[in-house]
Design a protein around this ligand. Structure first.
Ligand code: UN1
Length: 513
């Protein structure tokens, strides 16, 4: 890895061999067990982080709640200025941060840079938004009265994020939360803890330069036990959790039990429908990048292709042919398309899924398997697989976070394909490849895709930050990132003001004294 400048990147990001994993900015403290971060790229130890204990957590929360009292009084456009500086710092550090993402998580360097670009984009979006946290004026039924709706900061926002987007997901939440006047406590994945240290270092410097309290951005590190401190804490009115449906089910229930709000962005089981008029030039890169990009570890990764029987053989052969061109190897080497899975547990899950698909009657078109030998010492490199399967197979109904693509046929009208596409428990992303206006509009209509994201003639992954990001059903229902997703980070208040000399009651009620 050193030939790719990892040591230099770590230095520029202030990531040390041992990093205290609880922090309120520069005031580091952590007394828990040591979490070691190994790279799936070459199996090397990158660094260590100390986990957050219950006592550390209390210090973090004290700093965060104190910081909120100050931050909420700062005008929103001034908070936007802080986020602008943060975005600029990310521009400067795009190369080292992108490299660390690639090395610690295993995604290709291009995708590591792309992830940092998403952070920069959401900062720009949030800066503009900091002057547009608009409420509204509502006509009152009473004379001399006015009704208003306004948005206030909600408080301390808990952020729980996954290993696969170890920096961008945090920024989607923080950039919006900060302009809204909230402060954040982030529990990053214990599989990519150094990325969280790097991010924290960047924002801590900016807060310091601006004379702002460190508690505006806090991190806590550790496993689910640290997550539980957040989900059960009544001082945290909003918990935003991105990750598996299994995790979201627990987090959602815990937060609901105390009437907190949660924003859940969970698993997907994303399909592309390929119709008779689809353009192969668009289908092949869209489907292949969707299925093998990030080694199939995006929540938006393409898991299923639902292909019309009349074009099935042509599409199948083109996709199988393209798989023959895929280069698997060190993701820091830009000639490779696909890097490793996150760890050997993920490799075992991938292998078990292939076996399960075969046992259920799946027909393997492109064999999977683990790569061995020089360059593959970490044991995390696998071959993207293609399996002909049926939608009702149990394994097809589940999200396997790995590059396994299931192919299935549909016949007749597009409605049949939509039924298959919707026939899973998850509802994140979906797309249709068609040149028929009627098919496209049916797919986007109320009777069409039931997903939070529905695309035409592009794949399922790679959403831009400007749109609301998230999905329905077991995907959790939350929306992060663009559009009006900011509203969840604020509390809504309805005001009625009487500027008359009378006190008329609503609904015409008379109450004469
Ligand atoms: C995720 O996998 O959790 O749409 C996020 C995409 C990216 C974000 C994925 N912009 O693929």
């Amino acid at each position: 890895a050193q030939q790719f400048g990892i040591a230099e990147a770590l230095k520029q990001l202030g990531v040390k061999d041992i990093n205290p994993g609880s922090s309120t900015g520069s005031n580091w403290f952590a007394n828990g067990e040591i979490i070691e971060s190994y790279s799936p790229v070459d199996g090397q130890l990158i660094g260590k982080v100390q986990a957050t204990t219950a006592a550390d957590y209390e210090k973090v929360m004290a700093a965060a709640t104190e910081a909120f009292k100050e931050f909420r009084t700062m005008p929103a456009p001034k908070r936007g200025e802080i986020v602008r500086q943060f975005g600029n710092k990310l521009r400067e550090l795009k190369e080292p941060l992108g490299k660390l993402v690639s090395y610690e998580m295993g995604k290709s360097l291009q995708e590591g840079y792309g992830e940092v670009q998403e952070m920069i984009d959401i900062c720009d979006f949030a800066v503009g938004l900091s002057r547009q946290l608009n409420g509204q004026v509502i006509p009152s039924e009473r004379p001399g009265h006015v009704m208003r709706e306004q948005w206030h900061p909600i408080g301390v926002v808990g952020i729980i994020s996954a290993f696969n987007f170890p920096v961008a997901v945090w920024s989607w939440n923080t950039a919006l939360a900060w302009i809204c006047g909230d402060v954040c406590v982030w529990k990053a994945s214990e599989k990519a803890p150094l990325c969280s240290i790097a991010c924290q270092n960047i924002i801590a410097d900016i807060l310091k330069e601006n004379g702002l309290p460190e508690g505006i951005s806090c991190i806590v590190n550790g496993d689910y036990k640290v997550g539980e401190m957040i989900t059960t804490d009544t001082r945290i009115p909003l918990v935003s959790a991105t990750g598996s449906t299994r995790m979201g089910r627990i987090v959602g229930a815990k937060v609901a039990e105390r009437f907190g709000k949660s924003l859940l962005e969970l698993g997907g089981n994303n399909a592309i429908i390929i119709t008779p008029t689809a353009d192969l030039k668009v289908v092949v890169p869209g489907a292949v990048f969707g299925a093998v990009g990030t080694c199939g570890q995006r929540c938006t990764s393409t898991r299923r292709l639902i292909i019309h029987e009349s074009v099935y053989d042509t599409v199948r052969d083109a996709i199988v042919g393209a798989y023959g061109q895929i280069k698997i190897g060190n993701p820091l080497d830009e000639k490779n398309h696909v890097g490793p899975l996150i760890d050997t547990d993920a490799v075992n899950t991938y292998l078990a899924a292939i076996e399960k698909a075969k046992a259920e009657g799946g027909n393997v078109l492109v064999e999977g398997g683990v790569l061995t030998g020089e360059g593959f010492e970490s044991g995390c490199y696998v071959k993207p697989a293609i399996i002909e399967a049926e939608n009702h197979f149990e394994i097809v109904q589940h999200e396997t976070f790995a590059p396994i693509l299931y192919l299935m046929k549909y016949s007749g009208e597009v409605e049949n394909a939509i039924e298959l596409q919707n026939g899973v428990a998850q509802g994140l992303s979906s797309s249709i490849m068609t040149n028929s206006m009627k098919e496209a509009e049916k797919f986007l209509s109320y009777a069409g895709s039931d997903c939070g994201i529905a695309n035409v003639n592009i794949g399922t992954s790679g959403a831009e930050i400007g749109g609301a990001f998230g999905g329905e059903k077991e995907t959790g229902g939350g929306r992060e990132s663009g559009s009006d997703a900011w509203k969840v980070y604020m509390r809504r208040q309805t005001n009625t003001v009487n500027y008359s000399d009378q006190l008329p009651l609503a609904q015409g009620i008379k109450f004469d004294l």
